[in-house]
Design a protein around this ligand. Structure first.
Ligand SMILES: NC(=O)c1ccc[n+]([C@@H]2O[C@H](COP(=O)([O-])OP(=O)(O)OC[C@H]3O[C@@H](n4cnc5c(N)ncnc54)[C@H](OP(=O)(O)O)[C@@H]3O)[C@@H](O)[C@H]2O)c1
Length: 250
């Protein structure tokens, strides 16, 4: 059986990714800060879902999680870095408090790096290992540099720049791990109605999970170093041809 780990999996897009990967027949570790909540949820999910206490800002918990997966499975086929925060709704780019900027980077950037580092030895034992970083077009430097786009008009300094950093991390890991046969890609779920945006998105969590799941299921002929998922999906400027397969410009 293939083995997957999803961070921030207690709700939203992450929980749906867990459900889909378990339905595919994988053993899925459901990483979440609130272990009691996910224990209850795991009972209602299909297949082999294993709740795992994981705050991605806590190095001890990350190491304990990697040790547990090593003991129980000896390998990890799929890592989905899904945990993310958006904390600055009330603030403009020039006024966002530094405390919120730091907390955003702790989860969205450093959390993904710390978890990936801890799980690389296990991903090396998979054929192929896959890492999916759940990113956002708000971190696309190409879209941000065109001031006319909807993306550039959003003014989320901490969130957008943290996702730009996550995109760079994705490319650097893709290059570093290509020799180990590990595929590292970024997924844009689209604008999905979840707690992160106060339910303000045109897509359901089922639709939002499509791209991350597709990247999680790549085979040995799969690609690496891509940012997948049309940036207009679920937004007010969505066009009929917006496809989950389209690439987001970095
Ligand atoms: N919704 C969208 O339109 C959209 C668009 C593009 C990208 N994304 C990305 O998609 C991912 C999932 O977001 P979502 O929309 O599903 O939002 P969500 O429902 O708020 O889920 C975010 C998840 O991250 C978890 N999390 C936060 N801090 C954490 C930490 N320190 N350690 C571990 N987990 C932590 C949350 O856990 P708790 O319940 O414990 O807080 C929650 O499970 C995020 O990376 C987000 O940036 C979302």
């Amino acid at each position: 059986m293939q083995v997957a780990m999803v961070t921030g999996a207690g709700k939203g897009i992450g929980r749906e990714i867990v459900r889909r990967l378990a339905t595919e027949g994988m053993i899925v570790y459901m990483g979440a800060r609130d272990i009691a909540r996910v224990r209850e949820q795991a009972r209602d999910l299909p297949g082999e879902v294993r709740p795992l206490r994981l705050d991605v800002t806590e190095q001890e918990q990350i190491e304990a999680a990697a040790a547990r997966v090593t003991d129980e499975c000896g390998r990890l086929d799929v890592l989905v870095n899904n945990a993310g925060v958006m904390l600055e709704w009330q603030h403009t780019a020039t006024e966002v408090p530094m405390e919120l900027v730091r907390r955003t980077y702790e989860v969205n950037v450093l959390g993904a790096v710390a978890v990936t580092q801890a799980f690389v030895p296990l991903l090396r034992r998979a054929r192929p290992g896959r890492v999916v970083n759940v990113s956002s077009p708000l971190g696309s430097l190409s879209l941000l540099s065109d001031f006319g786009t909807l993306i550039a008009q959003r003014s989320h300094l901490a969130y957008g720049s943290s996702k730009a950093a996550l995109n760079a991390v994705t490319l650097l890991y893709a290059k570093a791990l290509v020799g180990d046969g590990i595929l590292v890609n970024a997924a844009n779920p689209g604008l999905v109605a979840t707690d992160l945006n106060g339910g303000n998105g045109g897509l359901s969590v089922e639709q939002g999970a499509e791209v991350p799941v597709r990247l999680a299921l790549l085979g040995e002929d799969g690609f690496t170093g891509r940012f997948v998922g049309d940036w207009r999906r679920g937004t007010p400027v969505e066009e009929p041809e917006a496809s989950p397969d389209a690439l987001v410009p970095w």
